[in-house]
Design a protein around this ligand. Structure first.
Ligand code: ATP
Length: 454
């Protein structure tokens, strides 16, 4: 087993049993994720989620929301506008500083991030790395996507599509605190779209121009920020473990002091071992009092709090946990993908999704089309609780394989004996074991198995 703390990305990627091509091809074929605007040749950095992809993503968001908002009484949720007041982005420093240093290749005219030159040159991948090409000096390139608001060109105001979801959490801090009668320490959470004009979108959905984030800003007294940072770091790690990531594919990477923003006290990335190496899927940051201090200064509204004990005012510090939904969904797909050789040499492709994330929880299969009517009734009944699929086409073995490939935890088979004994056979995706369950027990059995331990 590889040691995650010492293995470097390139080595780790080489040892990965999963190939990105297989994931990309399965995602397109089975309708998880495909290129946006595909019939027009696609648009770089934008992706569409199909029927299974949207279920997977919604399940991930629901699981995050449950853990971060519903199960806690010190976190409130919001859903804010994608375009907010442009001053928000001046205060946060995005307008002035949200840029990547870029270099241009004088020969092929392609543009690259200056910190990502250790990749094969797209013109001659076998011959040289990008670093060896005829490159310009690095220049800063702002990643904010702009738009204009207003009917006529003359009156139009330039606005930005948010580059992260947290901006409005800071601007709504006072309103949410008062409306929900919270007191610091407490947090505000949001899931939503973010946009970055990435120069080099790559690695499938990993680096996209439109993506979703799930962010929490936890406001606390600056004296308590180190304690809350530790607490959130542990909780976030536990969340990723509960998504079913293998221990050897998950690690926390503390930022070096030269990586830290000037105002930050600490930062760690949650990293996953993708087929292309160790990469960040979430950042956990102790941002000090920077955000509310900036928004106080730019808005002229006092965002400080009163400390009853010390009888003095303070500007709350912020612990931020910022997870990419699309990156985490991609990690779930890479983590779940298995090509298994069965006894007798037969092969099966399998997605080992954790139960809360699986797009389809169970599929009902009549052994013969003659049994369609009672089997459809079972599916309709179960659909009141879960996303349940019905499939009566093809032989039973092929139907099982189709479900294995998309990670359905349970297949429920209705056969001719079911007519008399009122029982069905439930097959487990991973162990391939089969159990005979009474129809009157089925719903409870599935609930126990799908929801236990969570
Ligand atoms: P990177 O260094 O990889 O660009 P970042 O440090 O800029 O990432 P943050 O600003 O901390 O990322 O954003 C928080 C999370 O949002 C990231 O951990 C990631 O999961 C997600 N994210 C950021 N940029 C993108 C992107 N271009 N495409 C998809 N997800 C992204």
């Amino acid at each position: 087993m590889t040691d995650p703390q010492t293995t470097d990305s390139a080595e780790a990627a080489e040892s990965s049993a999963v190939r990105m091509e297989d994931i990309v091809s399965l995602c397109a074929r089975r309708g998880f994720i495909f290129q946006s605007g595909e019939i027009y040749g696609g648009i770089n950095g934008f992706w569409d989620y199909g029927p299974l992809g949207v279920e997977l993503k919604n399940n991930l968001k629901a699981f995050w929301w449950r853990r971060m908002v519903r199960e806690r009484d010190d976190v409130e949720g919001i859903d804010s506008a994608i375009i907010t007041h442009p001053r928000t982005w001046e205060a946060s420093g995005h307008v002035a500083n949200f840029s990547d240093p870029m270099v241009d290749c004088r020969d092929c005219k392609r543009r690259f991030r200056a910190d990502q030159l250790d990749q094969p040159c797209p013109e001659a991948p076998a011959k040289r790395q990008v670093a060896e090409c005829n490159l310009t000096e690095p220049r800063d390139f702002n990643l904010m996507l702009q738009t204009s608001i207003g009917a006529s060109q003359e009156d139009a105001t330039t606005a930005f599509l948010r580059a992260e979801t947290c901006g409005s959490i800071f601007t709504t801090f006072k309103r949410v605190r008062d409306a929900s009668r919270q007191k610091v320490p407490f947090g505000i959470a949001q899931i939503g779209k973010a946009f970055r004009n990435e120069i080099n979108p790559r690695n499938f959905t990993f680096r996209s121009r439109e993506f979703e984030q799930a962010e929490l800003e936890f406001f606390c007294h600056p004296d308590q920020s180190a304690r809350f940072f530790e607490e959130w770091r542990e909780l976030r790690l536990r969340f990723h473990r509960d998504l079913g990531f293998e221990e050897a594919s998950l690690r926390m990477r503390p930022h070096d002091s030269d990586e830290l923003a000037h105002y930050a006290n600490a930062a760690e990335d949650v990293e996953f071992l993708f087929p292309f190496g160790w990469q960040e899927i979430e950042g956990v940051h102790d941002r000090g009092s920077f955000d509310l201090t900036q928004h106080t200064e730019f808005s002229g509204k006092d965002l400080s709090e009163f400390d009853e004990e010390a009888k003095s005012r303070f500007t709350p510090a912020v612990i931020e946990t910022s997870m990419g939904i699309d990156r985490t969904a991609l990690a779930i797909l890479c983590n779940g993908y298995v090509e298994e050789e069965l006894e007798g040499g037969e092969k099966r492709n399998l997605m080992r999704f954790a139960h809360p994330i699986a797009p389809i929880k169970a599929t009902v299969l009549p052994l013969s089309k003659k049994l369609a009517e009672p089997a459809r009734k079972i599916a309709a009944n179960l659909r009141r609780h879960w996303n349940v699929f019905y499939d009566d086409s093809g032989n039973i073995g092929r139907r099982y394989r189709r479900q294995d490939e998309i990670g359905t935890p349970f297949c429920v088979t209705y056969d001719f004996d079911s007519e008399t004994d009122q029982k069905v056979t439930v097959r487990d995706r991973d162990a391939m074991t089969q159990e005979r369950i009474g129809l009157d027990q089925l719903e409870g059995w599935l609930r126990d198995h799908l929801e236990s331990g969570l």
